[in-house]
Design a protein around this ligand. Structure first.
Ligand SMILES: Cc1ncc(COP(=O)(O)O)c(C=O)c1O
Length: 408
């Protein structure tokens, strides 16, 4: 069955406002079932987690439901799903916990392609432990992160390799499985940032070779919550700093304070929504999620191909990176105009694009673009259309032509 873009778009009430959202990488619009699930959870009787009274049991069910849903999304076990407020917060928890076991002379391997959420928590944990940071470099021209360099970077003292499964700046999809293989051969753990990649295709924890994988629900039509997954046995071996009376079982041991129960209902609804993207899909939710994301990916790729071809043809535009495997995300600059001004002009025309470094701090620093305002980012999500792409290209053509005239 062909991807029914009209049906998909009708699922997002915010799209009725008429903006063209090219900032899925910064956060997608919220799907109606997510809004309804969260509202229903708030409308109903609530209580803190307890088996003694029904509203308390409901809260327990909301937590269990979100864990099961995220497990289906990522090919994990529900008992290995740690829920939290953001990918950044979850990565800090893991970095502090693992870092407490590191010794001076230990090493961690980070990449300059990563969002700072999968960099700075590790840099700071390494500093606290007296461990050394080693850097994987991306190719400045192609934006690729060559997996081969990890053979030189990883050694007997490597405790952790942190790497992205998809660059939120230029879309690069590194060969995480190969990197993980190298890391594991040296006995190191692998933490994979799936925040940008997970919305754009089926993800499987085991296939990636990740020991830890993090994702944020607000990048896939859900609420502002996140999850980090690992083998439950892996979690069981770790001791985070925590309150004495809070649950010591896994995965609860890694979750702090009272969770946002209504938003957890939204996480479950968001995974169900992804599972509905291919109406012909059958089987359990994991199978339907994979089918839904496969259908969405094909649509996104077609829309992105048109965008990339159009951007490449525009005079006065510089595009950063041309990775062979990529998420539908691209960064660019218009000659003669700052990224902030470009984004503001596009914004005035109802086109929503991020500008700056989008926290891909090391990338923009290495490219020498950070101090100069970074770039403008266009990212495609499964509700975007070719008509929206054409709208963006026409507006950019107007802006770039004027920039070129002024530069003369
Ligand atoms: C690739 C990537 N990693 C991590 C993050 C941080 O996610 P969160 O906002 O959930 O902390 C982002 C947010 O944009 C991201 O794009």
């Amino acid at each position: 069955m062909p991807y029914d873009i009209a049906r998909v778009r009708a699922t997002y009430p915010a799209l009725a406002e008429g903006f063209a959202h090219f900032d899925g990488a910064g956060g997608t619009q919220t799907a109606a079932p997510v809004i309804e699930a969260a509202a229903a959870a708030m409308r109903g009787a609530t209580g803190n987690r307890s088996t003694a009274f029904a509203p308390g049991s409901r809260s327990l069910e909301l937590v269990a439901g979100a864990r099961a849903a995220v497990a289906d999304l990522l090919g994990a076990e529900p008992a290995g799903v740690v829920l939290g407020p953001s990918a950044t917060a979850l990565t800090y928890t893991l970095a502090r916990t693992l870092g407490a076991t590191w010794r001076p002379g230990d090493e961690v391997v980070l990449s300059r392609l990563d969002h700072d959420a999968n960099v700075r928590p590790w840099v700071q944990a390494a500093e606290a432990a007296g461990a050394t940071v080693r850097w994987a470099e991306f190719d400045r021209h192609s934006g690729e992160l060559p997996a081969g360099q990890y053979a030189d970077l990883v050694g007997a003292r490597t405790r952790l390799v942190a790497v992205t499964a998809g660059s939120n700046a230029i879309g690069t999809v590194p060969d995480v499985a190969a990197i993980a293989k190298t890391a594991h051969a040296a006995g190191a753990l692998v933490c994979v940032d799936g925040v940008h990649s997970v919305p754009h295709g089926p993800t499987d924890l085991a296939t990636l070779g990740a020991d830890f994988l993090v994702t944020s629900a607000y990048k896939w039509s859900g609420p502002h919550l996140a999850a980090m997954v690992a083998d439950p046995a892996r979690w069981a071996g770790l001791r985070p700093a925590k309150l004495l009376p809070s649950a010591d079982a896994v995965p609860d041991r890694f979750e702090f304070g009272t969770p946002s129960f209504p938003l957890l209902a939204g996480v479950t609804a968001a995974v169900d929504q992804l599972a509905s993207l291919d109406p012909a899909a059958t089987g359990d939710r994991r199978a339907r999620v994979r089918a839904g994301l496969t259908a969405a990916q094909a649509h996104e790729e077609a829309v992105f191909d048109r965008l990339l071809a159009g951007l490449t043809a525009l005079p006065g535009l510089t595009l950063y990176g041309s990775p062979a495997r990529r998420c539908p995300t691209v960064s660019f600059r218009v000659a003669g105009l700052s990224p902030a001004d470009t984004a503001a002009e596009l914004g005035a025309a109802g086109l929503c694009l991020s500008h700056g470094d989008y926290y891909a701090y090391e990338y923009f620093h290495a490219m020498g673009l950070r101090a100069d305002g970074g770039a403008v980012r266009a990212s495609v999500y499964h509700y975007n259309t070719v008509e929206e792409v054409d709208r963006l290209l026409a507006e950019l053509d107007r802006i770039a032509t004027r920039g070129a005239r002024m530069a003369r």
